[in-house]
Design a protein around this ligand. Sequence first.
Ligand code: C2E
Ligand code: MG
Ligand code: MG
Ligand code: MG
Length: 282
Amino acid sequence: RAKGLGKNRYEVFNSQLYLQVSQRLNLELEMWQAVERGEFTLVYQPIFNLSTQKLVGLETLVRWPHPTKGMISPADFIPIAEETGLIIPLGTWVLQTACQQFHLWRQSYPYEFTEDIGLSINLSSKQFSQAALVEQISNILKANKVPGSCLKVEITESILMEHLQSARQMLHELKALGIQTVIDDFGTGYSSLSYLSHLPLDSIKIDRSFITCMEQTPENLEVVHAVISLAQILKLDVVAEGIETDSQLATLKTLGCPHGQGYWYSRPLPPELVPAFLREHS
Ligand code: C2E
Ligand code: MG
Ligand code: MG
Ligand code: MG
């Protein structure tokens, strides 16, 4: 009897595993097709100067409007794209498409898209391990007539830690093109504070989880305060992410946080809504 039960369990496990594996393979296949067919789209979330309330930049975020499953979150497909290597063609597409869009905007709306409006793009670990990444970015910027000084690349602490050998060289090459480097989701990864002062970084983005918890306990507030003070000492810019309430905004202003983004200002916008939004906030 026990043997029978064991066998049944094994079969249940087996068929569940089979389902998981086949769903996953199917998703991978669909992702490759989606890249080839150009099914991915980009949205842009505005970044603001907290004291002037002026728009200072746009963060590029990829979207996958799946034909039958609805909108799939990048939190769900970026990790798979990383594992399978799909992130390389997808990441190239994001860079190319965002730069092309940015150039179009600058051409068509010179009054709104002034020199000081930045374009932020997220890079993944796999992309960062390509020796030719900076050359590729440089070519895409040239082809689309986007000045390097407009571009900010966002990388996580874990990317820096994984690529400590190559990171320094890479960041110097980016800097030589005028491109700024931002540490994304600051505070969530394994990190050593020493790299902050030893690498040519420009900015840190405080992770949304800290902004969400900030007002719950004095300790959480002190952590955000400390990060902002540290950035000031190291002459790094700071962007607070995930600002959702009046009171979070007020608190961040009191702490002297220079920049921020979040639903309080705007959700990520489809490209056709960006020029009008900029007009209202410049
Ligand atoms: P991220 O770079 O930290 O981007 C910020 C995420 O927070 C975005 O989620 C944005 O929509 C969301 N967000 C912004 N403000 C608020 C807010 O006030 N409240 C809440 N609840 N959420 C807010 P999204 O677009 O789902 O992207 C998730 C992550 O996927 C990104 O986190 C980034 O790590 C990754 N990602 C997105 N696009 C790309 C891409 O083109 N390339 C790469 N490598 N990664 C990307
Ligand atoms: Mg980001
Ligand atoms: Mg982030
Ligand atoms: Mg994130």
